[in-house]
Design a binder for this molecule. Structure first.
Ligand SMILES: Cc1cc2ncn([C@H]3O[C@H](COP(=O)(O)O)[C@@H](O)[C@H]3O)c2cc1C
Ligand SMILES: O=C(O)c1cccnc1
Length: 347
């Protein structure tokens, strides 16, 4: 199913230089808006126009459970995934609260929660009730890995067809910083200890155990870094596949997609393995507190806009970037140009 895709919409170099030119003519020092100028230029390149379309936005939150939670790698048990999924659609989690402040809709997608939710607000695209414990077997079959990507693609396409002009992606899944570390370690060929972090705030002792668990799983199943679906199936998670599919779909449609923290980083390594260069279509929001973040950003030539020391996930960092995008829209619309005011630089 992956081979049949049409390909990513090319980045418009013309729109990028037109946007930079526009910003250079605003009545401010050249480059004065720093990374915010890069953000506007990148958005123009993705959308293929300087008339940015950003008003209608949605955060897609892929939620799933993980067999490896049984190994004691997290600060809470797995039932928090289901609890937070419903709490989120009621408007009361971190990303839900921040989305309200940023005029962003939130849609939770149950792609593998280990519970019967029966909540009409949660989109039911469950593959199965959580992955296999990666110490007992591969997390999922190859078919399930492909299905997870297809679901993410379908859900993102629906969001775009419904008129959303910009997407943010988040997740829920107790133990998903463990599997994200495994994926990043394999895809970047980095020792596990260089990428792993404290997730939802675990102790030193638990973190050492987390490293052991990941190393054991990688050595047991030998995921092949040249085959991203193999990596996703052996040490991945359903919500990561969902994010991969959403990234691919957005890039095909020329719709900007804002990644969140560490779990998005793991998804990016898989998406880039399938579509090299896809990071040009993706906005990096914040630098997650997890250790591997800098390695991922460097590898894919990304420069996160925010450094807030956050470790929540859910899409919280991605949604915060919407306020920066709104600020740039206002700059583009309301600021005078140098010519309007007869200002010239002498340097
Ligand atoms: C109360 C609570 C709310 C959360 N919201 C997001 N996460 C985040 O933490 C989890 C990943 O961390 P780990 O790999 O350490 O389990 C995911 O559910 C992620 O969304 C939460 C975690 C907790 C505990
Ligand atoms: O960086 C993240 O995305 C993250 C960190 C801790 C817990 N959940 C997510």
């Amino acid at each position: 199913m992956l081979e049949k895709r049409t390909g990513l919409k090319p980045i418009s170099e013309a729109a990028k230089s037109e946007m930079q030119n526009k910003l250079n003519h605003k009545c401010k020092p050249i480059g004065g808006l720093g990374k915010l100028e890069g953000l506007a230029v990148k958005l123009a390149g993705i959308e293929g126009t300087v008339d940015l379309k950003t008003q209608k936005r949605m955060c897609l939150v892929f939620a799933a459970d993980h067999g490896v939670e049984r190994e004691g790698v997290s600060a809470t048990p797995r039932n928090v995934t289901a609890l937070q999924a419903q709490n989120m659609m009621a408007g009361h989690t971190t990303v839900a609260a921040m989305a309200i402040a940023n005029h962003c809709a939130v849609q939770v997608v149950d792609i593998g929660i280990d519970a019967d939710l029966n909540d009409p607000k949660v989109l039911d695209r469950k593959i199965r009730k959580g992955t296999t414990d990666i110490l007992d077997g591969p997390a999922m079959t190859r078919e399930e890995a492909e299905e997870s990507i297809q679901i993410g693609h379908d859900v993102a396409q629906q969001a775009i067809d419904d008129g959303n002009q910009i997407l943010a992606i988040g997740e829920l899944g107790i133990a998903n910083t463990t599997i994200s570390s495994a994926i990043i370690s394999v895809m970047l060929n980095e020792p596990v200890a260089n990428v792993v972090g404290r997730g939802s705030n675990i102790s030193d002792k638990r973190m050492l155990h987390k490293i052991d668990v990941i190393e054991e799983a990688i050595s047991k199943w030998q995921p092949d870094a040249t085959d991203p679906i193999d990596v996703l199936s052996k040490v991945g998670g359903f919500e990561i596949g969902g994010k991969v599919g959403a990234m691919i779909c957005a890039a095909e449609n020329g719709v900007p997609i804002i990644m969140d923290g560490f779990i998005s980083e793991a998804a990016l390594t898989i998406a880039d393995g399938l579509y090299p260069g896809i990071s040009q279509h993706i906005i990096a929001s914040h630098a997650s507190k997890e250790r591997g973040t800098q390695l991922v950003m460097q590898r894919y030539d990304l420069d996160p806009l925010l450094e807030l020391n956050m470790a929540v996930g859910e899409g919280s960092g991605a949604v915060l970037v919407l306020s920066l995008i709104d600020a740039m829209q206002s700059v583009l619309k309301n600021m005078n140009t140098l010519e309007d005011l007869d200002v010239f630089f002498t340097k």
